[in-house]
Design a protein around this ligand. Structure first.
Ligand code: F6P
Ligand code: MG
Length: 499
């Protein structure tokens, strides 16, 4: 599909893509180099602690790993140098992983227009290419094949989300006792649906103060003040189709919801809670999630991140240093309350785990590749994901691989017919985050009042979809002209500042 507008690229120095290539990517590359230096330093220490004359096999393996680590550091350093100087982007090496030809043939096309350099290539292509190229550095080694250079960062953010995680678990616990009343009255459920959507949309930034104790009385209060509350939030929501989404859900029977996941950690936790809400309280009964099969855009969920999230939630002492503090009043809670909140989380996680085991929740990863549990960070992880992999619909790897191609979603049918057919059977596909939105709209400079359906190109009408996105890139469509005028007036950075 050829859209009538050009893609965003860094030749426009006022766009976010220019700032990204100039400033943000170098920082990301530097963080990878630092991380590898730390790993190599630790390996050196391990070597030092091995008794001389013994463990020669381990010695040799660690030494070889250090050498390979240095090799990757050099490559990343060279990449950073070349990027800053607008060098030609090299073809992705034949590393045995997906999409080498796809990326390289696009690169050849760009070369014909002299757009195959870092400051000239379309932003969406170049950013996807960057993460795929980085992957090739690791996968071509023996000892770093499955290494995720962003794992430590992802884990660090997750460990800081304790208070919000406990808060949400308590809400879900309180909902349970109201299940019958909720099911009997769809208007009450709708209020909760809207809260869940907000939670899922804002991820870390969600305003949980409104949600700390949900009783039936509280829900009724929310119903009566709901309109005002939604109106207050509307200031930050430029396009809001919650009503349509709810009306659509109410027409579904025994359905399936698909999540095209975005970030790991707290955001993944909110996605799981939203999925839990949908399968528990609405006619949707299965939830299928698509992670990324390779480390991607720093924080995206990989299959090991998925398993690790469930594992860590089951044993919060592993990651929540001060698990019970941090209610919105800032006071620490009593011991009974602590026990209660831990119990709530345990119950929630038991249910999530059971949904995974019973395949109510499925992770869309190719079977037989071992990828479900193969990719690790500094710590190894068990794999709930791998456990469900073999039962996940068709065993064709493209079902998961498409998400790490650079291809706009309007070409999904031609590039990955099997995935497209598969999603056509979904009752709702929820696309999380900014990158998915960029791919849905092709990351081209549509006028912002272009209808969303038009910006979807040939994907429109393929399946019901909901995009939950906070703005972190220039592209934005589906806006009323008066909304656009107001936001332009108020906040010159609205397209990219995530607010
Ligand atoms: O901040 C910009 C950015 O890195 C974009 O390049 C990318 O689209 C986005 O963030 C990733 O955000 P998300 O995790 O919401 O997809
Ligand atoms: Mg992301």
């Amino acid at each position: 599909f050829q859209p009538p507008f050009p893609p965003y690229d860094p030749t426009d120095k006022s766009g976010f893509s220019y700032e990204t290539v100039l400033k943000r990517w170098p920082v990301i590359l530097t963080a990878i180099v630092d991380q590898l230096h730390r790993e190599n330093h630790d390996l050196h220490s391990t070597l030092g602690s091995l008794e001389e004359g013994t463990r020669t096999e381990d010695n040799a393996r660690i030494e070889a790993k250090i050498v390979e680590g240095k090799g990757i550091i050099e490559k990343v350093g060279k990449l950073k140098y070349e990027m800053a100087r607008d060098y030609v982007m090299e073809p992705i090496p034949m590393d045995g992983e997906a999409h080498v030809d796809l990326y390289n043939s696009e690169l050849e096309k760009l070369a014909q227009d002299s757009k195959n350099t870092w400051f000239k290539a379309p932003w969406l292509y170049a950013e996807c290419y960057l993460y795929r190229l980085l992957r090739s550095y690791f996968v071509q080694t023996t000892h770093w094949k499955d290494y995720d250079p962003f794992h430590a960062q992802k884990l660090d953010v997750f460990t800081k989300s304790g208070p919000s995680i406990y808060g949400i678990a308590t809400i879900m616990h309180e909902l349970e006792s109201e299940k019958e009343a909720l099911e009997a009255d769809p208007s009450k459920l709708k209020v909760l649906f809207q809260e869940m959507i907000q939670m899922c949309l804002w991820g870390n930034a969600t305003d949980l103060s409104l949600l700390t104790h949900i009783s039936l009385a509280e829900i009724e209060r929310l119903q009566s003040v709901g309109k005002e509350m939604q109106a207050a939030r509307k200031e930050f929501i430029l396009r809001d189709d919650q009503e349509k989404a709810w009306d659509h859900l109410m027409t579904v029977k025994d359905g399936r919801v698909d999540f095209v996941l975005d970030n790991a950690g707290f955001e993944l936790f909110t996605d799981l809670v939203f999925a839990d809400f949908l399968v528990t309280y609405t006619p949707l009964f299965t939830s299928l999630s698509s992670p990324k099969l390779i480390p991607w855009f720093v924080s995206d969920v990989t299959p090991p991140d998925f398993s690790e999230t469930i594992k860590y939630l089951s044993d919060p002492s592993l990651f929540l240093s001060k698990p019970i503090q941090g209610d919105s009043s800032g006071q620490s809670s009593s011991t009974t309350e602590e026990g209660g909140r831990q119990g709530h989380l345990q119950k929630l996680v038991d249910r999530l785990r059971r949904y995974v085991e019973e395949e109510v929740f499925l992770l869309s990863v190719p079977s037989g590749t071992g990828l479900g549990g193969g990719l690790t960070g500094t710590t190894s992880s068990t794999s709930a994901a791998a456990a469900v992999a073999s039962t996940t619909a068709p065993a064709h790897s493209s079902l998961a691989e498409f998400w790490t191609a650079h291809v706009p979603y309007w070409d999904m049918e031609t590039h990955d017919r099997q995935l497209w057919e598969f999603l056509r059977k979904s009752d709702l596909v929820v696309f999380k985050g900014d990158l998915n939105y960029r791919k849905l709209t092709g990351d081209v400079s549509w006028p912002s009042w272009t209808p969303f359906e038009e910006a979807l190109g040939p994907l429109a009408g393929s399946f019901p979809l909901l995009s939950l996105r906070t703005n972190k890139a220039d592209v934005a469509v589906g806006l009323d002209k008066d909304v656009l005028e107001k936001v332009e007036e108020k906040d010159g950075k609205w397209r990219v500042n995530g607010k």
